[in-house]
Design a protein around this ligand. Structure first.
Ligand SMILES: Cc1ncc(COP(=O)(O)O)c(C=O)c1O
Length: 411
């Protein structure tokens, strides 16, 4: 169980917050040791209301890229707050930020700023349809693109018509994508693709080139719009859109989470080809023009361009992956570590190769109890504030936890 202060908060929340907590930060599917509430965050660490410290491998589910309470980024935010934030019109920072993204991100010629990833993916959907006045959208089965009625993973509160014009394909399967495009016929408006397959509960997969190229080719042939949803992975894999090194550029890309290191801003970037449609749709929000988060995004971008943060997270992620593989193999545990090392998904399989949620839950439970906040079915996020020492401590803890849930083999 989480500590008494957290239990008391959960109890109070159960009376005034639907379900006790909603959405991706609800701990209802996590091991009982997982605290729901935190009172402090700094660098790579979180503290719960029972004053227990965690090395946080979830990084706020993505927004923490450079560490919580980052001095320079937070100073940029608070300084901007002292002059102008939400007002009758935006600040010059909006133009600065759109120019900075157009300079850095290869396919980007313009930006629309908003607040959440779902805002950006929903605007992408509208622009794809407005581009040539078509309706059909292709989406990979199981992919997450947000929590609006057209994409929420839970059916409650939605109607079949919300997804009437969606056709689903298998990620990384070019022939399934081509078949879906065929079904859409002349009415294909756009294709959504995650930068890599990062669905919950199943192994992650990096994109294969045939699939990525097929997505681009179909959109070119059918005057449709290719959308990369970089909300989760944006700036964690590349200092550009995440398919850039594959040599495939989208027409639109949605961003959020890490782009201002936790300050509230998301963005839809687009190429010249889609600018007319982007100007035709009506989209807005009371807080979308706020200056402070844009100041934080500009400072975050400066650090993205000038530091070796990706390389650092890859180094740490590799040490973690190799170390866990060693420990698991010493204990004859069938561990499955998939996806980019800096966004690892760690799960366990039984002897027949089926997912072993008992082991996975027990492992995450032990890690959380020992002070490393792990998730047993969602990808985790290494952040740049983590150190080799954090990973060493985490591996020592993993050794203890795995020993306690298995019987080691004799050497
Ligand atoms: C790939 C992807 N797209 C969209 C979203 C939605 O973002 P938000 O929760 O900020 O609305 C998420 C959130 O996890 C995501 O991972």
């Amino acid at each position: 169980m989480s500590g008494p202060a957290d239990q008391a908060l959960k109890q109070r929340a159960s009376k005034v917050i639907p379900g006790g907590m909603y959405g991706h930060q609800s701990v209802s599917f996590l091991p009982p040791s997982a605290p729901q509430f935190f009172k402090r965050a700094e660098g790579a660490y979180l503290w719960d209301h029972d004053d227990k410290r965690y090395i946080d491998f979830m990084s706020a589910y993505g927004p923490n890229l450079f560490g919580y309470c980052h001095a320079q980024i937070d100073a940029a935010y608070t300084q901007q707050m002292q002059s102008i934030d939400v007002a009758t019109g935006p600040t010059a920072l909006m133009v600065d930020l759109a120019e900075a993204y157009a300079d850095l991100v290869t396919h980007c010629d313009w930006s629309i700023f908003c607040k959440n990833g779902t805002d950006a993916t929903s605007i992408a959907l509208m622009i794809a349809r407005a581009h040539r006045n078509k309706k059909k959208i292709l989406m990979a089965t199981g992919a997450y693109h947000g929590a609006a009625p057209w994409c929420t993973p839970m059916p409650a509160g939605t109607v079949a018509d919300d997804r009437k014009h969606f056709i689903y394909y298998q990620y990384n399967d070019a022939s399934s994508l081509r078949a879906a495009a065929e079904d859409a016929g002349e009415d294909l408006a756009g294709i959504f693709a995650s930068p890599f397959k990062h669905d919950v509960l199943i192994d992650q997969e990096l994109p294969n080139l045939e699939y990525a190229k097929a997505a681009r080719q179909i959109c070119d042939d059918k005057e449709a719009v290719l959308i990369i949803d970089d909300v989760r992975a944006g700036f964690r894999m590349e200092r550009d859109c995440s398919w850039h090194s594959l040599g495939v550029e989208p027409d639109l890309s949605s961003w959020g989470k890490a782009i201002a290191n936790g300050h509230p801003i998301s963005c839809l970037m687009g190429s010249e080809r889609t600018k007319k449609a982007a100007s035709d749709i009506y989209t807005t929000g009371s807080f979308w023009f706020a200056g402070a988060a844009m100041a934080a995004a500009l400072k975050t971008l400066e650090i993205i361009k000038t530091s070796d943060y990706i390389e650092h997270t890859v180094t740490l992620g590799t040490i973690l992956r190799d170390g866990l593989n060693d420990i698991a193999s010493k204990h004859s545990l069938n561990i499955s570590q998939t996806g980019p090392v800096q966004m690892p998904l760690i799960m366990f399989n039984d002897d027949a190769g089926n997912r072993d949620m008992m082991v996975g839950t027990g492992f995450a439970d032990g890690m959380i109890k020992g002070g490393a906040y792990f998730h047993h079915f969602h990808n985790m996020f290494i952040n740049a504030a983590m150190t080799q020492d954090d990973i060493t401590q985490t591996l020592e803890l993993a050794q203890k936890v795995i020993s306690s849930i298995t019987t080691p083999q004799k050497a």
